[in-house]
Design a protein around this ligand. Structure first.
Ligand SMILES: C[S@@+](CC[C@H](N)C(=O)[O-])C[C@H]1O[C@@H](n2cnc3c(N)ncnc32)[C@H](O)[C@@H]1O
Length: 369
């Protein structure tokens, strides 16, 4: 992100002196950067802490960018309308992220409701929990679980619940993960080629890429990102050791010496996406969630899934259609719901989002919810 704060904010260092005309106003010292404006992610992250400078934060939002270290929830009004929450509702947010959707859900289910929040990311989850709990939420109202959503049935059992009234899954990575070079997803800032949502599990993308065979990589580039140049790219990338995101990006660029800049940019994004999906085994987790969702929903309960590329959307569409055929769902969305032009303008990261929903049918005799 190109964040260009003017008048950078300062830490609130209270300074008072005898000749200070207004001793109650804390002295604000300009933050020091290596240049005029913050360039490094860590500086931007500090700069844009909303608690420190609300004006800069709002300015970045108004410019259509996502302030560093935050995430903007997508299709909030549409999701709330579909979920039809009420005080007492039991809701699962499978992808807590920054908690943007969760905050809106919590406001609608109290008193008496419960929100079960899941996320696989051990780095961001404690920050989100602390932020959401700062309002004084009890663990009866809001519980947080560092878990892959493929394990949803076990989490519900752990919470003593047979089912939920609503399930939300907002797939993919958060802006915090995407923008932090240390996580290895970023195309803009160099960082270790990692890409794991949970850095404590699995192998970093650098190791994964070094072990994969060209024919396997070619198949994955097609399957995970519809990458038409897969046969050209795979032999140049598979089996190679790229330690950083920039090294991988440069290798991809070197395969496309004559392509237009926009074309190169789109190819970079697709290759990074395909590798991220594979490293995090994202399709297996989504398939497990879609398979288990009917059994995790109360009768009449709804599931909403937000997808960001065709590989995800195809799975959701097919699972929901299958649920109508076998009677586990009574109703499903007939058309994809997309962000409005206004939402895409104010938050360009919402542009690829597609939303589908399904409603749990009353279970047949002998079938458990
Ligand atoms: C797009 S963000 C969600 C943003 C959130 N709705 C908000 O309003 O801030 C996706 C989040 O889902 C998490 N995630 C992705 N796949 C997951 C999985 N299989 N199980 C649990 N969490 C997952 C990521 O770590 C990330 O934090």
């Amino acid at each position: 992100m190109d964040l260009e704060p003017t008048n950078p904010p300062t830490p609130s260092v209270a300074k008072q002196s005898a000749d200070d005309p207004n001793p109650t106003v804390p002295h604000r010292r300009r933050l020091r950067y290596s240049g005029k404006y913050p360039r490094r992610f860590e500086e931007k992250y500090k700069e844009l802490d909303p608690a420190r400078d609300e004006a800069t934060f709002r300015k970045v939002l108004a410019s259509g960018k996502t302030p560093a270290g935050t995430h903007r929830p997508i299709l909030v009004a549409e999701i709330l309308e579909i979920l039809q929450l009420a005080p007492g509702s039991v809701v699962v947010d499978c992808t807590l992220g920054y908690g943007g959707h969760a905050v809106e859900i919590l406001a609608r289910i109290q008193p008496g409701g419960r929100l079960i929040g899941l996320d696989t990311d051990p780095v961001e989850l404690p920050k989100t929990e602390a932020r959401l709990r700062s309002g004084g939420l009890s663990s009866d109202t809001f519980s947080v679980h560092r878990s892959n959503f493929a394990g949803l049935p076990a989490i519900l059992a752990e919470c003593g619940l047979e089912g939920a009234d609503a399930i939300l899954a907002d797939l993919g990575v958060s802006s915090m993960q995407l923008d932090d070079p240390g996580r290895g997803f970023s195309l803009k800032h160099d960082g270790p080629l990692d890409m794991r949502m949970n850095p404590n599990r699995g192998q970093p993308a650098s190791v994964w890429l070094e072990k994969i065979r060209p024919e396997q990589l070619a198949a994955l580039l097609l399957k995970n990102a519809d990458e038409a140049r897969a046969p050209l790219l795979a032999p140049r990338l598979a089996g190679q050791r790229f330690s950083t995101t920039r090294q991988l990006a440069d290798a991809i660029r070197s395969v496309l010496p004559n392509a237009a800049p926009n074309d190169v940019e789109m190819t970079l994004r697709r290759v990074f996406q395909a590798i991220r999906i594979a490293v995090n085994d994202e399709f297996s987790a989504l398939d497990a969630l879609l398979r288990q969702a009917p059994a995790c929903l109360n009768s009449g309960g709804r599931i909403v899934v937000l997808t960001f590329h065709s590989g995800e959307d195809r799975r959701v569409k097919s699972a929901f259609a299958g649920g109508i055929r076998d009677g586990t769902y009574s109703e499903i969305s007939t058309a994809i719901i997309r962000p409005s032009a206004e939402e895409c303008r104010s938050n360009p990261r919402s542009s690829p989002a597609k939303l589908r929903w399904a409603r749990r049918a009353a279970p047949n005799a002998g079938e458990s919810t």
